[in-house]
Design a protein around this ligand. Structure first.
Ligand SMILES: C[S@@+](CC[C@H](N)C(=O)[O-])C[C@H]1O[C@@H](n2cnc3c(N)ncnc32)[C@H](O)[C@@H]1O
Length: 192
């Protein structure tokens, strides 16, 4: 689900076309990366029907389950967010990107290649945001949040985007177990 030529392969053409058609109409386009069960994403799509919501998730079963009940303004897509942002995401298009509890692969050297939040990925986020668009990140791993703060050090902190009532699976676990959660929201700095 990665690789620089992935989306050029004929077997992925229909997925690419579907995504491009979904992203094309005017109006706000929001993305949630790693939505897992999609509780929050589904709630947002229902709550704000005037926004188009793209969900990127690599777990097949979760994507299929959400797709089966998704309203027309929600596109769950089984794809690696890094590849989508690097190769396909239109520039200046996104009103918000939510990344809730990204997997902290960084702690395992062998899996570092799977790390989502890197300098390259943050550059792709910057390119894809519309003016005023923001990136929101939450994690319960303190050192990972320090890593994220470093990546966004030259961005501008801003208010978190509005959320509905539904919580993601990990948000629920953290609330239940009283775990600390670090959150940050940033938009591109002026001229950045
Ligand atoms: C720790 S879970 C958090 C799930 C959910 N956001 C939550 O708050 O409960 C991280 C999720 O990100 C997904 N994921 C990891 N790397 C990804 C990538 N490169 N692109 C899309 N999804 C990814 C995983 O499959 C997993 O569902």
């Amino acid at each position: 689900m990665g690789g620089s030529r992935l989306f050029e392969q004929p077997r992925h053409r229909h997925e690419v076309d579907r995504f491009l058609a979904f992203a094309q109409p005017p109006g706000p386009l929001a993305v949630e990366i790693g939505f897992d069960f999609g509780h929050r994403l589904f709630d947002h799509a229902q709550r704000w029907p005037g926004t188009r919501w793209l969900g990127l998730e690599v777990r097949k079963r979760q994507v299929e389950a959400l797709a089966a009940r998704a309203p027309s303004n929600l596109l769950p897509w089984r794809a690696d967010a890094r590849t989508v942002f690097a190769q396909l995401m239109p520039a200046g298009r996104l009103s918000r990107v939510d990344i809730l509890f990204p997997t902290p692969w960084w702690h395992d050297g062998k899996r570092a290649r799977r790390l989502l939040l890197t300098a390259d990925f943050v550059a792709d986020l910057a390119r894809s945001l519309a003016p005023g668009g923001c990136v929101h990140v939450a994690t319960d791993v303190g050192p990972y949040f320090e890593h994220v703060e470093g990546l966004f050090a030259r961005w501008q902190p801003c208010d978190p985007p509005p959320v509905g009532e539904a919580r993601s699976r990990r948000e629920r676990v953290c609330a239940r177990d009283g775990l600390p959660v670090w959150q940050g929201t940033w938009r591109r700095a002026e001229g950045g």
